[in-house]
Design a protein around this ligand. Structure first.
Ligand code: ADP
Ligand code: MG
Length: 688
């Protein structure tokens, strides 16, 4: 282990560092502090007041490790007549050796006063006030993420020394002219500033450092965002060199209008026209269609599919669930048939015989449109002439799956990805930077945003039952969504599962009829149950999130979500989007066990704007999780934050574009080229 070359790091410590992912000197140099303790806040124990976070200086009078009953280290402190007893629990006995009698130490933690003496439990040991570095400049002290079994002071020193050693050979991938233009320090300087902040920072600089907003922090954030932008742009550049299967069908939109049962909205028209235009081009289309739940993405996908089919190519439409794939088939097939196309369904539950026929027809080019799930990705699925891939709810798939589906065509089939989880534009440009983004910013006419109410605790449940009774009596149909399929044996978690809830509601709502669907119900039965709700053979459908994506029962007007706290905001918004599609009033009741307000759920009660909700969700959960950046094959963001660094992100993208325009192969920027290769190896065969 390379870190053993550092003074004070032997095999054991090196092992422990490695366990934390710190294997090389570079790893350590990049292991930047989580925060900073301001030692200038330190007061002498004699002058200290009790408080939750006190930093104090005092002299060690004794240190003793006790094994009696509880194991702990007890240290006595004295300063100007004031005494304190400090205890550390669950520490290694060797820690006692750090408290030589007479040493001046600096501690930070909660200080209590009891029986004329001070007490502290498990405070942070910030240092030794006799230590030359500490006492010379009682200043900002970096605080690192915990490394199990390695004392903070050792981590601190190791990081600092590691940086000194590697600084001369650090690859600084941001070209100096760009750094200069944005007033960002060089990489080595940024890391040094973070590991070993200078003693002469003024108040504003100190605050910036403690808030993670220093020029050094910004330099690292920029680094991340810049390479993310480069990786995305390079991908786009590579794609543009590929030739697309020609899919020119100038009449496609007019044809589609003739068979669709409704007039397209303005937004649908614009999106469809852009897509038909792309398909006629010589470069593969790479387009993201984002539109709120119910915005009508399916009809746009149909126009796209028809254009490719009319041009004599085949189309694959992939959806994340069977229910959704089946529903797409149900909507699209009649329209496609009216225009003379043959459509087939391919999912894991497609019966063997049917599957064989479908596969043969696809391979022969006799079936033009294949709608399916992940089953489409199977080795055996082959197309004669795949011209267009459409992926619905694309955030549910990884880039590898996208690439795989596209790989079923010769060359680079056109790609349309769709999502109902919109993200802010700059972010979309970066994450999906190789995609052109179209937004359906208009809902079909006759939609009423569901009135949303949050119901609390046991009283909330009674309210929900009462509400359902009333609405059902008026002829309404309702969904009730639960987070779990079966009862959980956690105490107090009753009513969270679909099975119990269905039983319970069947009784409470009699004579109204209650159905049940969840992931373990076979697809055919799920479908039958859904159809029953559509026909009014049942009044309430209790479900898990199998109904989350895309399920379309226009007759349903009430959506109840139990234990709504367990769902993401975007997910709840999707669920809510299941109702209110048929015109007329719609309602959404979100139940929480909490007895009072939840800030998170309140956002939903406040707005039906998918963009605002998505932004709030991003702010609450972090972009990585929401966007699946991790699975997108892009460089990891270690310091950059797509949300917090909006401005920096724009600059990073601008600079990356300018750089690639001037030097597409990065031939004149070897350091940038190397860092890019290291952080985002080219994805073999990745067309996007
Ligand atoms: P999503 O964007 O969530 O996938 P869908 O494509 O499922 O939305 O459309 C939601 C509902 O709206 C469907 O019932 C569909 O038939 C209907 N719809 C779509 N476009 C229009 C339109 N222009 N006018 C009226 N209804 C429409
Ligand atoms: Mg949809």
């Amino acid at each position: 282990m390379e870190t053993q070359v550092l003074p004070g790091i032997g095999p054991t410590l090196a092992e422990r560092l490695a366990a934390r992912g710190l294997e090389t000197l570079e790893d350590l140099a990049w292991f930047v502090p989580r925060g900073y303790d301001d030692l200038r806040d330190a007061v002498r124990l004699a002058a200290a007041e009790p408080g939750p976070r006190v930093t104090l200086v005092a002299t060690v009078t004794r240190a003793r490790y006790t094994r009696f009953r509880r194991r702990y280290l007890e240290v006595g402190l004295e300063d100007g007549g004031a005494r304190a007893t400090v205890r550390w629990f669950n520490v290694h006995p060797s820690m006692a050796s750090r408290f030589a009698r007479g040493a001046r130490v600096i501690l930070s933690g909660a200080l209590r006063h009891r029986d004329g003496a001070f007490e502290m439990a498990n405070p942070d040991l910030l240092g030794d006030a006799d230590d030359e570095a500490t006492s010379a400049r009682l200043t900002l002290r970096p605080r690192y993420g915990e490394v199990e079994g390695v004392a903070p002071a050792i981590v601190r020193k190791a990081a600092r020394t590691a940086l000194e050693r590697v600084a001369p050979r650090l690859q600084d991938g941001v070209p100096p002219d760009i750094a200069a233009r944005l007033a960002l320090p060089p990489l080595a300087e940024a890391l040094r500033g973070l590991h070993d902040p200078p003693a002469d920072l003024d108040d504003a600089e100190t605050r910036a450092l403690r808030d993670g907003d220093s020029p050094w922090h910004r330099r690292l954030a920029f680094d991340d965002l810049f390479f993310l932008a480069l990786a995305v742009l390079r991908r786009r550049h590579e794609r543009r060199r590929l030739a697309a299967p020609p899919c020119a069908a100038p009449a496609a939109l007019a044809d589609a209008r003739a068979v669709l049962p409704f007039a397209l909205t303005g937004a649908q028209e614009r999106a469809a026209a852009a897509i038909v235009g792309d398909l006629a081009g010589e470069r593969p289309m790479n387009r993201l269609l984002q539109g709120d739940v119910g915005a009508g993405k399916t009809a746009v996908a149909f126009v796209a599919a028809h254009a490719a089919l009319a041009a004599g190519r085949q189309v694959a439409l992939m959806a994340p669930t069977e229910i959704l794939a089946e529903q797409h088939l149900r909507s699209i097939e009649p329209w496609a048939r009216a225009l003379g196309h043959r459509a087939a369904l391919l999912t894991a539950s497609t019966p063997r015989g049917v599957r064989e026929t479908t596969l043969a027809m696809l391979a022969a080019g006799a079936t033009g449109l294949c709608i399916g799930t992940h089953a489409l990705l199977a080795e055996r699925v082959g197309f004669a002439d795949l011209g267009l891939c459409i992926i619905d709810e694309q955030h549910r798939f990884g880039v590898a799956q996208r690439v795989r589906l596209r790989g079923k065509g010769d060359g680079a089939p056109h790609l349309l990805v769709m999502t109902a989880t919109p993200i802010p534009r700059t972010m979309a440009l970066t994450i999906y930077g190789d995609l052109d983004v179209t937004t359906l910013d208009e809902l079909p006419p006759g939609r009423t945003p569901p009135r949303t109410r949050i119901c609390h605790g046991a009283r909330g449940r009674a309210q929900i039952v009462g509400f359902l009774k009333r609405k059902l009596a008026e002829g309404a149909r309702a969904f009730v969504v639960c987070p779990l399929v079966e009862p959980s044996y956690e105490p107090g978690v009753d009513w969270a599962d679909a099975t119990t809830t269905a039983d319970h509601l069947a009784e409470a709502l009699a004579p109204f009829r209650v159905g049940l669907v969840h992931g373990r119900v076979p697809a055919a039965e799920r479908d039958a149950e859904m159809a029953r709700l559509r026909r009014g053979d049942i009044d309430v459908l209790v479900a898990t999130t199998v109904i989350e994506v895309g399920v379309d029962v226009p007759e349903a007007t009430v959506m109840v979500v139990l234990d709504a706290d367990r769902f993401g905001l975007a997910q709840l918004h999707q669920l809510r989007g299941r109702v209110g599609r048929g015109g007329g009033e719609a309602f959404c009741l979100l139940h929480t066990r909490a007895s009072q307000g939840s800030e998170r759920l309140a956002i939903l009660a406040d707005t039906c704007d998918g963009f605002r909700i998505a932004e709030a969700d991003l702010a609450l959960r972090g972009p990585g999780e929401v966007l699946g950046v991790r699975q997108a094959g892009l460089p990891k963001l270690r310091f950059g934050d797509l949300l917090a660094h909006g401005e920096l992100l724009r600059e990073a993208r601008r600079e990356a574009e300018a750089l690639l325009a001037a030097d597409p192969a990065l031939a004149a920027h070897p350091a940038t080229h190397n860092v890019l290769l290291e952080r985002a190896p080219p994805y073999a065969g990745d067309g996007g």
